[in-house]
Ligand binder design. Structure first.
Ligand code: SAH
Ligand code: SF4
Length: 359
């Protein structure tokens, strides 16, 4: 097993390719190794972040996402501050140590004022709670003011490390370099920065995925939130042929994502890695499997039930008809029965971030 670990950490191409495709005993070996690496740092502990999807308004038109501005079938909402305060009360009562505020991408002064108010309100009422924001690309000044208002962490997936593939998945107005620039700003401003990609995108090659792993290794992000690509019928990426292809590739994408997560854990032992909700589309225990193999973070939804059906990035999103309390109870029961430990009340700062801050 030490031999395999060395080869993966040295980026031996042949080994990485073999691991991405691994099934059967080869996959079992890969999972055993990544679990061992994870347990050395985190034991059985799983950290929680309650995620509030506070608005589905979005200015962008990403070709894969159900919330794209071009999708006129979506009922658009923006939670009021009292609604957010009520969701926060639940977060506190349920003993979450960390909250994530996520939305589509909106820019401008009114939006900034609204977001700053959300963060300030949270910081003032719950000073110990770690605050993560995930609201897309903004300018440096906005990120700075948000940090000063009390945001500790920011999630912004690069989506793919390949600029060529990125261009195929986004309209011309969006650019890979601008997204990367945002990640650099966030790091400079002292955020704990999380990024990630989608696995199984149409046109994505194994070489692209190895490129993603290298990107993650070289750029030293503190957290990773990545998951499988899931089709959404009201998007340009879901042409009839693509839908058929996707159905046929489902099992492949599921295993590819788990193998990718395992490789990432071996390459970045001390980073926080979240188990993406999208995994549950492929297998009801998908997220738990990811936690057993490589991930150490889970993000149960705290979005009020009435808004959940409108925050649909991809088809068949799980838990749309559940209340926040049910989501937490159901996940914790699954976590415990999988032999893992709940770290619900903890902020769960990335050990990688702490290590880098000490330098
Ligand atoms: N608007 C912000 C945050 C919300 S979208 C942003 O784009 O950063 C959060 C993530 O959902 C995106 O980064 C993307 O990786 C993921 N996503 C969107 N559509 C998806 C799909 N069809 N399948 C899987 N993940 C998807
Ligand atoms: Fe908007 Fe984010 Fe969806 Fe792109 S991925 S359309 S930015 S919500």
């Amino acid at each position: 097993m030490d031999e395999l670990k060395k080869k993966i950490q040295n980026f031996d191409q042949k080994t990485l390719l073999k691991c991405l495709k691994a099934r059967g005993w080869e996959q079992t070996e890969l999972f055993r190794l990544s679990r061992q690496v994870k347990e050395k740092v985190f034991g059985q502990r799983i950290w929680y972040r309650g995620i509030i999807e506070f608005s589905n308004l979005c200015r962008n038109n990403c070709f894969y996402c159900g919330l794209r501005i071009g999708n006129k079938k979506v009922y658009r909402y923006k939670m009021s501050l009292p609604e957010i305060a009520a969701a926060m009360d639940f977060i506190r009562r349920a003993n979450y140590g960390s909250v994530v505020f996520q939305s589509g991408e909106i820019r401008g002064q009114r939006w900034e004022k609204y977001l700053l108010a959300i963060v300030r309100l949270t910081k003032k009422k719950y000073p110990g709670l770690a605050i993560t924001v995930s609201c897309g690309e903004q300018d440096r000044g906005f990120y700075k003011r948000l940090r000063q208002a009390g945001a500790d962490r920011y999630l912004l997936r690069i989506e793919t490390s390949s600029q060529k593939l990125y261009e195929k998945l986004h309209p011309k107005l969006m650019s890979w370099s601008r997204r990367y620039q945002c990640l650099k700003w966030l790091k400079e401003l002292g955020y704990q920065v999380g990024t990630g990609v989608m696995v199984g995108l149409p046109g994505q090659t194994p070489a692209d995925l190895i490129g993603d792993l290298r990107f993650f290794k070289d750029s030293q992000f503190h957290m990773f939130g990545l998951g499988p690509y899931v089709i959404h019928k009201d998007t340009p990426l879901a042409a009839v042929n693509a839908r058929k292809q996707w159905r046929e590739d489902k099992a492949k994408i599921y295993h590819l994502t788990l193998n990718f997560l395992a490789l990432l854990r071996i390459i970045r032992p001390t980073a926080n890695i979240a188990a993406a909700t999208a995994l549950d589309v492929f297998n009801p225990s998908g997220r738990i499997m990811a936690l057993q193999v490589a991930a150490n973070v889970i993000m149960p939804s705290v979005t009020p039930r009435k808004y959940r059906e409108h925050y649909v990035l991809y088809q068949n999103k799980p838990c749309l008809d559940e209340e926040a309390k049910q989501c937490l109870g159901c996940l914790t029961a699954k976590i415990k029965s999988a032999g893992l430990e709940s770290g619900l009340g903890e902020a769960g700062t990335s050990p990688l971030y702490l290590k880098m801050a000490r330098k």
